[in-house]
Design a protein around this ligand. Structure first.
Ligand SMILES: Nc1ncnc2c1ncn2[C@@H]1O[C@H](COP(=O)(O)OP(=O)(O)OP(=O)(O)O)[C@@H](O)[C@H]1O
Ligand SMILES: [Mg+2]
Length: 267
C-alpha cells in the first residue's frame, strides 16, 4: 500500500551514504529474516531514507509517537501501515489481528514457477520512544511473521530508557544487526549542493565544510534559505553562490563565529 508522504519527508532524496546503508540493511533484513537496528544522531537522514526505501520495497513505514509507545498503541500503529484502523479493546485481540495480517503472503513467483511465501517489510522509526515491553512484542511479531524489519532511532534517547534490564537484554539478543549511520560526507554535501543548483568551487568547498560539521537538516535548511536569497527580484532563477550561503547563514544564526562553519580552512 502506497502511504501518504509526511510533511517532514522530502519528495525526492539524494543517494547519500545514509541512504545506501539503510537500503542495504533493509534488503539484508528481508532476505535473512533478521531485525536490523539503525542508529543515528538527529538529522542524519534516517526518516527521509527509510520512508522512501519502505515505499520502494512495497513495505510500510511508521513512526512511534506518545500514542503508540505502549504495546497496544504499537499494535494499532502496525495495523495502520496496512490502512487498518483497529479499535479492539483488548491487547490479545489486537495481537491476533497483527499476527494474521503480517503473515507472509503466498504469491505465484514466475521466476521460480511456483507459489512462494513473500514476507512483509516494515520500518519502525523513533524506536527509542517505545516502551521496552512494546519493543519486545514488536520483535516477537518480526520473528513469528518472518518480517523484514528495520527499527531506527537516536542512540542518545534510547540509552536513557534502559530501566528494565532483563527485557533490554532479551531485546538486544534478538536484534540481528546494528549499524551507526554517518553524518554528511563531502561527497554527500556535493550531491545535495548539485540538487540545489549550487555554483562555484568556493561555494561547494564552503558547503562541504558546513555539512560535515553539522547535519543534513542544517545543510538543507541553509540551502533552502540561500535559494530564496539567490532568486533575484527580476524573477530569474540563478544558481546558489558563496555569497548566498554566507547571507543565508547570517540570517539563520546570529551566533558569533558561526561564519567559521563555512570556512574550509577552519576545520
Ligand atoms: N538523502 C537525503 N536527500 C535529501 N535531503 C535529505 C536527505 N536526508 C536528509 N535530508 C534532509 O535533512 C532533513 C532531516 O532529515 P531526517 O528527518 O530524515 O533526519 P533524521 O535522522 O530522521 O532526524 P531525527 O533524528 O531528528 O528524526 C530532511 O527533512 C531533509 O530535508
Ligand atoms: Mg527522524
Amino acid at each position: 500500500m502506497r502511504q501518504k508522504r509526511p510533511a517532514n519527508i522530502p519528495a525526492r532524496i539524494v543517494e547519500t551514504d545514509t541512504v545506501k546503508i539503510a537500503r542495504m540493511a533493509s534488503k539484508f533484513s528481508l532476505d535473512m529474516g533478521f531485525p536490523v537496528h539503525l542508529i543515528g544522531r538527529p538529522g542524519t537522514g534516517k526518516s527521509s531514507a527509510l520512508w522512501h526505501i519502505a515505499q520502494d520495497m512495497g513495505g510500510g513505514y511508521c513512526e512511534v509517537s506518545a500514542q503508540s509507545r505502549s504495546t497496544k498503541g504499537m499494535f494499532q500503529m502496525l495495523l495502520g501501515t496496512l490502512g487498518i484502523a483497529d479499535d479492539h479493546k483488548y491487547i490479545s485481540d489486537l495481537s491476533d489481528d497483527v499476527y494474521r495480517c503480517f503473515m507472509p503472503i503466498n504469491r505465484y513467483c514466475s521466476e521460480a514457477g511456483c507459489f512462494v511465501d513473500v514476507p512483509h517489510f516494515l520500518v519502525v522509526d523513533e524506536v527509542q520512544t517505545l516502551e521496552a515491553t512494546a519493543l519486545r512484542e514488536l520483535l516477537r511479531v518480526q520473528e513469528k511473521c518472518s518480517l523484514g524489519l528495520v527499527i531506527a532511532g537516536n542512540a542518545e534517547r534510547l540509552a536513557t530508557t534502559r530501566r528494565d534490564a532483563a527485557t533490554w537484554a532479551q531485546i538486544e539478543s534478538r536484534i540481528g544487526m546494528q549499524r551507526h549511520l554517518p553524518g554528511p560526507s563531502i561527497c554527500d554535501c556535493e550531491l545535495i549542493g548539485a540538487a540545489f543548483n549550487v555554483e562555484g568551487k568556493d561555494a561547494y568547498a564552503a558547503l562541504s565544510a558546513y555539512g560535515t560539521r553539522t547535519n543534513f537538516r542544517d545543510l538543507v535548511q541553509l540551502l533552502e534559505t540561500a535559494r530564496r536569497m539567490s532568486g533575484p527580484e527580476t524573477g530569474h532563477a540563478v544558481g546558489i553562490r558563496l555569497i548566498h550561503l554566507q547571507n543565508a547563514l547570517s540570517t539563520l544564526t546570529a551566533r558569533t563565529g558561526a561564519m567559521k562553519l563555512l570556512n574550509p580552512e577552519d576545520a
